[in-house]
Design a protein around this ligand. Structure first.
Ligand SMILES: [Zn+2]
Length: 248
């Protein structure tokens, strides 16, 4: 009986209405993946204000075996991240983060996700955009979905002065050098600057990568490339990417 009440560190991903004024919360928990939990109480309920998207805290939960339902009995917010609601770019980045976690069924590193939300809640728009790229590459890395971006998958040549660019081939899920790339195949170009940035994310500490400037051209290349990999990872177009056209 005792394990019907339990507590866990949780990040609120989303809320949806159910019943008469109640809500269903989707939580990412530190150790138990995604959990759906009911939040009872009307608009004036203080619990309702605390269980709000992008807030992280300790959730007290009760599992009702008869109704086959989990409900939140209390939620102690540790990170409010108010800044995420104050700027459209921050909001959009946070929405993409939560949609990604939801569609990948909770496959996301707890520390990485929370650090990302903490960072963008206090960052300007330019830094938010770059933070998003770094976050997405780390998510893909955690899922084992990063193609080798140091050499051509057909001839093995590395990126050098001669090969200032590589082309990502969606068909092969690998990079090919200009000598091996066919003119008429589907491909995404990444410049040396963009490739170096990806390698820096993999190799350097987060604080060191943050200090590396990224030109707009390389940023745009990485955005196209990472958004493509992301949609493929979840198996369907991410709504946030479709509706957020023009925000980033
Ligand atoms: Zn090649």
């Amino acid at each position: 009986m005792s394990n019907r009440s339990w507590q866990t560190e949780s990040l609120v991903l989303s809320l949806s209405p159910f019943g008469e004024g109640h809500r269903n919360a989707l939580l990412l928990t530190r150790n138990q993946g995604l959990v759906h939990a009911a939040v009872f109480g009307g608009p004036k309920s203080s619990l309702r204000a605390r269980v709000s998207p992008w807030q992280t805290g300790t959730a007290w939960l009760y599992t009702d075996p008869v109704k086959n339902m989990v409900k939140i009995t209390d939620f102690d917010v540790l990170f409010w991240r108010q800044g995420l609601r104050e700027n459209l770019v921050r909001t959009w980045c946070a929405s993409l983060c939560t949609e990604l976690i939801t569609k990948s069924h909770g496959v996301a590193d707890w520390t990485l996700v929370n650090a990302f939300l903490d960072g963008i809640a206090v960052s300007d728009e330019t830094e938010c955009r770059l933070a998003l790229l770094r976050f997405l590459w780390r998510i893909l890395s955690g899922a084992g979905l990063c193609p080798d971006c140091e050499s051509c998958s057909r001839c093995g040549a590395g990126i050098s002065g001669k090969n200032g660019v590589l082309y990502y081939s969606p068909y092969e899920d690998g990079f090919v050098c200009p000598d091996c790339a066919h003119r008429d195949e589907q491909r995404i170009l990444l410049s040396r600057e963009a490739l170096d940035y990806l390698m820096a994310i993999t190799r350097l500490k987060p604080s060191e990568v943050r200090a590396i400037p990224l030109g707009y051209g390389a940023y745009a290349e990485l955005r196209s490339f990472l958004f493509f990999l992301l949609n493929r990872m979840v198996g369907s177009p991410l709504k946030t990417l479709e509706t957020g056209e023009g925000i980033l």
